[in-house]
Design a protein. Structure first.
Length: 129
């Protein structure tokens, strides 16, 4: 984001940020909000799992925006998933595949093939631990 800001690039960057608590875990909050304001970042969706009675996770936010999310993929968007490998990354992957199935009217196998193609094109990358 810093590089995009320095180069004056804007739009078509969408962050889904998830953590447990808004007040203590929203890392780089002021930076994200500034980038959203100056349109270096086009969209920001937040998911904090412990602030409300009902837990909200990144995959829920993706599912809520399924039509637009799929349109971004069709327009060439790249996905970078960072964080917990065992739960978050798996759940996000499953949700993205579901969105592709639903919005692209594909079978599960075709949606998985779509994601495999995105990986080959370096449009779907993961930094998980």
């Amino acid at each position: 984001m810093q590089e995009r800001e320095e180069l004056g690039l804007s739009g078509n960057t969408w962050l889904f940020f998830g953590e447990q608590y808004f007040t203590t875990d929203f890392l780089y909050q002021t930076e994200w909000q500034a980038w959203l304001k100056d349109e270096t970042l086009a969209k920001l969706d937040l998911a904090f799992s412990r602030d409300t009675e009902e837990k909200i996770y990144v995959q829920h936010r993706i599912a809520q925006q399924s039509e637009l999310f799929y349109q971004w993929l069709q327009d060439g968007a790249a996905i970078y998933v960072c964080g917990d490998e065992k739960h978050m990354a798996k759940d996000v992957h499953d949700t993205i595949r579901s969105v592709i199935e639903q919005e692209g009217d594909m079978s599960e196998a075709d949606a998985e093939a779509y994601l495999t193609q995105m990986k080959q094109e370096k449009r779907y990358q993961r930094d998980v631990y």
